[in-house]
Ligand binder design. Sequence first.
Ligand SMILES: Nc1ncnc2c1ncn2[C@@H]1O[C@H](COP(=O)(O)OP(=O)(O)OP(=O)(O)O)[C@@H](O)[C@H]1O
Length: 318
Amino acid sequence: MIELDRFTKKYGSFCAVDRVSFQVTPGEVFGFIGRNGAGKTTTIRFLATLIRATAGDGMIAGYSVTRQPREVRRHLGYVPDTFAEFPSFRVKGFLDFFARAYGVPRQIRRRRVEDLLERLGLAAYAKTDVRKLSRGLKQRLYLARALVHDPPVLILDEPTAGLDPVARMEFKSLLKEWAAEGKAILLSSHNLAELADMVTHVGIIERGRMVVSGTLREVLTKTDRRPRVRVHYLGAPDRLETTLRNLPQVRWSRTENGQVILELVESSQKGEVVFAQVLRTLVMAGIDVVEYQPLLPTLEELFMQATAGNALEESQRV
Ligand SMILES: Nc1ncnc2c1ncn2[C@@H]1O[C@H](COP(=O)(O)OP(=O)(O)OP(=O)(O)O)[C@@H](O)[C@H]1O
């Protein structure tokens, strides 16, 4: 598992990361989110043993990042956000080289390299020079490299940047497989809609501080946005409009792709009761409701809300 304990990193008098803590246990996928310069890469590079902490420590699979970096590297698969250039290597030879460097026994090595080439869609490029790969293919190769020693922990900095839509879908299902195998996974991404589909947990870092963290569901329900519901109905809109006008529980409505989004008033009762009341009224008014779907706030909405205070402070400073 991954454990970060009050990690702090200062560059001179500037504090890039300030006492950030979190845990990722086996089977969890933790999405690490933040604006440019918030401190994600600094934190990730520390966990990957590439920079030292000013204070605090981290544990990877039970080993201290500060005191046992060699052990940490043996238990960690890391994909950086930028790729170093390598000398001439063919794709398969590249993976084989890293598998040897990690001391993977020969019998296992051959099978594992073949398997990774297959799973990451690289089999057709096995003999291609790595320097000739496109950005997306390099991304896949680096993912494969991170997995050659079958580490229990994966840390991926912007792993889907550069992937085409098909490769993204494949990556998502691979991520689920790795999590189901019991790996603890940390990933950062700026694509929040995509991230919401991949993670079990999220943490939002803002100017070096963790401002929100928890399970995806937990943090999404923490937003103070009012309850919304999407209604798919049959028939002409005028009857619905008349009904909505007389519904005190509805603050506003708008039409999106032939369906109606309703924002409901907050009530002292549980949100679910308001949803039920509105549905009952619509049905009683003779509206043929085909689908009625309460909408959770999105990760974008949560992110904007969690970082809004700081954005305001910044704009006031200018
Ligand atoms: N070597 C360094 N020397 C001085 N400041 C640094 C150094 N590395 C990072 N910083 C600063 O630390 C802060 C955090 O940077 P970091 O790269 O961790 O952000 P990030 O969240 O990964 O951003 P992005 O989304 O743009 O990759 C930034 O203000 C950055 O300028």
